[in-house]
Design a protein around this ligand. Structure first.
Ligand SMILES: [Zn+2]
Length: 346
């Protein structure tokens, strides 16, 4: 927790008085953030492709592009999609609420709040055992113009790693995708295993995959593209070329590329909340007054995938806590939908 969040938390939460018989504060409970995965398989399938979005929470184009494909109909091939690997950071709309998740694959402490999700992600990869893992990101800037920028690129860890010809596949995707993209792609080779320039990449998802015998690439749109649609489009254009290499055919993919906005789920969110044993549904902003010592439990959310709620000013890793009052923001991913303010009455 950074200092600002800590101070905010302290202003909401107060310590239990030493001699109090009963805690007058409200008790809040939130569900565990889901670790979503989706498996799509066509009758005719040869290769298994795994798409991973949202390791970095503020890379919206990446996780929304992965999310759009979940609703697709597969004509050929097999896809395993984990759109929101780091849902806490997505809701906070920051790169890494608990530090950079993409540096936690070689080692992670059991005490790390990301531990549960990183372990689930690793387990899913090892169990699915895909022919390729594609880790989706929105990087900074434009790599074709600036060698320190990672935006609009395909990142490989080596030209060749064991039996995997990473460069030749990345080059195929780059050349073909560039025909359709205004902001052209470049290839970044981090030389993860043969030089020390990018030693940190050994701790990243792709480095971990390669060391475990699974082929992996990073694809990056640019954070500086003018709209979310452009970012999603960049991802889908790159994926379309990867899909050619792995014999995956997605119905309506060209239409998704042309008009990604049409495929985003914009439904409102409904929060189901149990207050002192009774269930209420909320879909608009509201201030509610409850008796002292009330128990308020957020049960679940109806609406688009990525719907959840966060308690303002409280550590987002916490699932239950006491507070005198609380402002809960109901969100769909990065987007705030409405607020529920809970205050304690007499
Ligand atoms: Zn990233």
């Amino acid at each position: 927790m950074n200092r600002r969040n800590f101070l905010k938390t302290m202003s909401v939460l107060s310590a239990t008085p030493l001699f109090a018989k009963k805690d007058n504060r409200l008790f809040f409970k939130f569900p565990r953030k889901p670790f979503e995965y989706h498996h799509l398989k066509a009758k005719n399938s040869k290769f298994r492709v795994m798409l991973i979005g949202g390791i970095h929470g503020n890379e919206i184009g990446a996780y929304k592009a992965a999310d759009i494909l979940i609703n697709a109909h597969l004509l050929k091939g097999e896809l395993f999609i984990i759109p929101r690997s780091n849902f806490t950071s997505i809701l906070a709309d920051v790169r890494g609420y608990n530090g950079d998740m993409n540096r936690k694959f070689a080692h992670i402490s059991k005490k790390d709040p990301d531990y549960y999700y990183v372990e689930l992600l690793k387990q899913a990869i090892l169990e699915f055992n895909p022919d390729v893992v594609i880790s989706m990101h929105d990087g900074y800037g434009f790599s074709i113009r600036n060698k320190h920028a990672w935006g609009q690129s395909i990142v490989i860890d080596e030209v060749k790693y064991k039996q995997f010809n990473l460069y030749s596949e990345a080059n195929f995707v780059k050349n073909h995708a560039n025909i359709y993209l205004k902001h052209k792609l470049a290839i970044i080779n981090t030389k993860t295993f043969t030089s020390h320039i990018h030693d940190e990449q050994k701790k990243a998802l792709t480095g971990w995959c390669l060391e475990n015998g699974i082929k992996a690439f990073c694809i990056e749109a640019s954070k500086q593209l003018p709209s979310l649609e452009e970012k999603i489009k960049t991802h889908l254009v790159m994926l379309r070329e990867f899909f050619k290499l792995y014999d995956v055919e997605v119905k309506d993919l060209d239409e998704m590329i042309k008009n990604p906005n049409k495929f985003l789920d914009k439904r409102n969110v409904e929060a189901n909340v149990k207050i002192n044993g009774k269930i209420y549904s909320f879909s608009n902003s509201k201030t509610i007054k409850v008796p002292k010592s009330s128990e308020i439990e957020f049960l679940n959310f109806n609406g688009p995938r990525g719907s959840f709620a966060i308690a303002k000013g409280v550590n987002l890793n916490w699932r239950s806590f006491h507070a005198r009052y609380l402002n809960v923001e109901v969100k769909n991913d990065y987007e705030k939908k409405f607020n529920i303010k809970v205050i304690s009455g007499v």
